[in-house]
Ligand binder design. Structure first.
Ligand code: HEC
Length: 333
């Protein structure tokens, strides 16, 4: 799963078509694009799921001269009521060019030579999903990092990462479920930690069906909310600069968030120490002549670091630690 989500992040940053040429292999370039664009959250090739199967789409529109433009319109603007009560959100994270590729491809599915193998594959997966929804010991059977029952996803022994809509976040939230029932939300627009919660991970019902808004529901209780400001400062503690998110990658099974403050590259890792109840944030910065500050909230009592000196609620990072420093937050039970 994490590798798949990483692809989604990458697709967003591609300017042109995902793949220029068609491959003759079993996996067509468009099929890869379809997976990487997150369509598989709601669609299957041959079986109806939250949305119609791609097969059904091609059967409905392939011979309709307006078919392609209707489908493209649904992808750009979202759709509801053509197939049922579930809604498709606008697929605005996918470029227009790629939506056009996906549309053209979707209309050919009924004539695809791969149809039989997709059908077979999906029937098998459907069976194994049925097994997953029982109480059998999952870890023994599947080395999946998540346990999905209906629309509820729980974390097992590996972190899971989802891009989704979350309460209290901008439209670009990333939810990370850590083993042991602790999860956190990172805002990819503001480039900061938002909050931690404890209990289950997420219920995707609303975001997958569109009923009652697109938000995924936290399946637990918030244990920590970060102050609303972006915490890092360059130069002086008042100076607020532009921050730009560059995606994330998986390092030893944990996501590492990548962003830039002006010309400065930042890598940001977030983990949790369950015994002590401590949030650990590690920052890795490219070299700079600027002073670096980490700004705490109104009361900074719960923050600590060995890598700097406090000036009020601003931690001035020791110049020799600027390229790698750690901030601890004690969560109060
Ligand atoms: C959150 C769930 C969800 C996601 C993600 C999603 N879809 Fe849909 N899609 C739906 C639903 C639900 C419908 C049926 C809407 C309706 O009844 O009008 C639908 C309809 C469609 C249709 C038929 C449109 C029409 O005009 O009849 C196509 C084609 C389609 N989706 C392709 C895609 C592709 C390609 C992606 C990925 C870029 C995607 N969908 C992502 C839920 C989703």
């Amino acid at each position: 799963m994490p590798r798949f989500i990483f692809l989604i992040v990458m697709v967003g940053s591609f300017a042109g078509p995902f793949f220029a040429s068609k491959s003759n292999g079993k996996e067509l370039a468009e099929k890869v694009l379809y997976k990487a664009s997150g369509c598989v959250a709601c669609h299957r090739m041959t079986l109806d799921h939250i949305g119609p199967s791609m097969l059904a789409v091609s059967q409905k529109y392939a011979n309709d001269p307006n078919g392609a433009s209707m489908v493209l319109d649904s992808l750009k603007n979202g759709a509801r009521g053509k197939w049922g009560n579930n809604a498709m959100p606008p697929q605005s994270h996918v470029s227009d060019q790629n939506l056009q590729l996906l549309t053209n491809w979707a209309l050919t599915i009924k004539d695809s030579p791969n149809l039989k193998s997709w059908q077979k594959e999906e029937l098998v997966t459907q069976e194994s999903n049925t097994v997953l929804s029982t109480d059998q010991p999952l870890e023994a059977k599947y080395s999946l990092p998540e346990n999905r029952i209906g629309t509820v996803v729980q974390t097992l022994d590996q972190p899971v990462v989802y891009r989704t809509y979350l309460p209290g976040a901008s439209s670009r939230a990333i939810a990370v479920g850590l083993p042991g029932g602790i999860s956190y939300a990172f805002d990819a627009k503001l480039c900061k930690l938002l909050y931690f919660w404890e209990g289950g991970f997420l219920d995707f019902e609303k975001s997958w069906t569109g009923h009652g808004g697109w938000y995924s529901k936290l399946m637990g209780t918030k244990i920590f909310t970060a102050p609303p400001h972006f915490p890092l400062r360059l130069g002086n503690s008042e100076d607020i600069r532009k921050v730009k998110f560059n995606g994330y990658r998986m390092i030893h099974g944990q996501p590492e968030f990548l962003y830039r403050i002006d010309q400065l590259d930042v890598r940001h890792q977030i983990t949790f120490q369950p015994e002590e109840y401590i949030i650990v944030q590690k920052f890795f910065l490219s070299k700079t002549e600027n002073k670096i500050f980490f700004i705490g909230g109104e009361n900074r009592q719960n923050l600590s670091s060995e890598d700097g000196e406090w000036r009020g609620n601003a931690l001035l990072i020791d110049p020799v630690r600027q390229e790698a420093f750690t901030i601890f937050t004690q969560v109060i039970r």
